[in-house]
Design a protein around this ligand. Structure first.
Ligand SMILES: CC(=O)SCCNC(=O)CCNC(=O)[C@H](O)C(C)(C)COP(=O)(O)OP(=O)(O)OC[C@H]1O[C@@H](n2cnc3c(N)ncnc32)[C@H](O)[C@@H]1OP(=O)(O)O
Ligand SMILES: O=C([O-])CC(=O)C(=O)O
Length: 375
């Protein structure tokens, strides 16, 4: 059979398989997880409830959700060998590399021996990823060995508690909950596709997630929230932001936190996180970063018809909660591991190895030259 011609670079517009997990840009509201609008989930659900929905196929009832919270809570402790590895990683390492190494090491210590263990392995990852990053961060930056087994009732509150050594306010716990819901799942994005390609070889779940973390790390994908923060924190007023952005556009620089491979007019997650960023700005009495961010949004739309994606207002929201910029993308991992795992389960349930073809553009025929005769 002849190869199908590609409609564009980057496989854009090509369907690469089926999913029952998520639609992006197909419905009026733009984003659904198993048929639920993102707006409804962000308003009514807990992140753990959303993870349950993605991983097990339906919303939990009260007893199921309570049991799920209790299970995730009980799995936050780190094995000694993993702590030893985390203690070797230098302070100036990128936290995404810590997430990658932590996941990979866990795969050595608690190897998924059969696909029957996939749900337990996923629950362990959901519970332990915040512990991994905070253990390393607090050891390398503050010189302390923290106890990671907290009794916080949510993953978001647990993360903030470990990071700052105190329980977060209700507002901060609520923002973390919404943020984790917004980042949980997004169809065949680059990191999820990485996970599915790896899963299609019948590899183990830690290998799939380790690869996905590597894909999420780049600034064109999850790393954009950190890059957006690095940009907006330079500007002390909306007018300065506008001047600088116009210069960047003139020089044809990419502006992180804007644009999307699938959405054409807006990313529905932006309106939600923007509202929370505003509440946090009011809470901390900010009169610079939030107005700067709003001006960036206006300028990009006016000049280029480019809109904020999920990452842009996450930058200011996380900053207002005092989260160090380099920990922004690891939070994305803590959430997206739910979507990655759900896709891995889906791939395994109806698998064929993912192996596309390439259009060859090299030489037609090459002449072998003995090594002694080469220039
Ligand atoms: C959670 C997430 O992962 S969301 C994505 C996070 N990534 C970012 O925020 C990085 C910045 N954005 C981008 O690089 C891109 O918009 C991507 C990677 C998200 C999507 O890439 P593509 O699908 O190739 O973008 P698209 O085809 O819509 O680009 C159209 C044009 O707009 C330009 N453009 C797109 N985004 C931007 C941007 N953020 N800044 C400046 N120009 C941009 C492209 O360069 C392209 O111009 P060209 O036709 O002259 O080459
Ligand atoms: O869908 C994409 O290409 C990127 C994205 O927004 C996500 O993964 O959340």
């Amino acid at each position: 059979m002849a190869n199908q011609p590609l409609s564009g670079a980057g496989l854009r517009g090509q369907s690469a398989g089926e999913t029952a997990l998520c639609t992006v840009g197909k419905t009026g509201s733009g984003l659904t997880y198993r048929g639920f609008d993102i707006e409804t989930l962000a308003e009514k659900a807990t992140f753990e409830e959303v993870a349950y929905l993605l991983l097990k196929g339906a919303l939990p009832n009260r007893a199921e959700l309570d049991a799920y919270h209790a299970k995730l809570q009980s799995l936050r402790g780190l094995p000694e060998a993993l702590k030893t590895v985390l203690e070797q990683i230098p302070k100036d390492a990128h936290p995404m590399d810590v997430m990658r190494t932590g996941t990979s090491m866990l795969g050595n210590l608690e190897t998924e021996e059969s696909f029957e263990q996939q749900e337990d392995a996923t629950d362990r990852l959901l519970a332990v990823l915040p512990s991994i990053i905070c253990y390393w961060y607090r050891f390398s930056h503050d010189g302390v060995r923290i106890e990671t087994q907290t009794d916080d009732d949510s993953i978001g509150a647990h993360f903030l508690h470990l990071l700052r050594d105190e329980r977060p306010s209700q507002l901060h716990a609520d923002v973390m909950n919404v943020s984790l819901i917004l980042y949980a799942e997004h169809e065949f994005n680059a990191s999820t596709f990485t996970a599915r390609v790896c899963a299609s070889t019948l590899s183990d779940i830690h290998s799939c997630v380790t690869g996905a973390i590597g894909s999420l790390r780049g600034p064109l994908h999850g790393g954009a929230n950190e890059a957006a923060m690095a940009m907006i924190e330079n500007w002390s007023s909306p007018d300065e932001a506008e001047r600088e952005m116009l210069g960047m556009l003139e020089r044809k620089e990419k502006i992180m936190g804007f644009g999307h491979a699938i959405y054409r007019e807006s990313d529905p997650r932006n309106a939600i996180i923007k509202q929370w960023s505003k509440r946090l700005a009011d809470d901390v009495g900010d009169d610079v970063l939030y107005p700067v961010s709003v001006r960036c949004e206006e300028v990009m739309w006016r000049e280029k018809k480019l809109f904020c994606n999920a990452d842009f207002f996450h930058a200011s929201a996380y900053h207002f909660m005092d989260i160090p910029t380099k920990l922004f993308t690891p939070i994305f991992v803590m959430s997206r591991v739910s979507g990655w795992a759900a896709h891995i389960f889906e791939q395994r349930a109806k698998n064929r190895i993912i192996r596309p073809s390439a259009d060859y553009v090299g030489p037609e025929k090459s002449e072998w030259v003995p090594i002694e005769a080469r220039e």
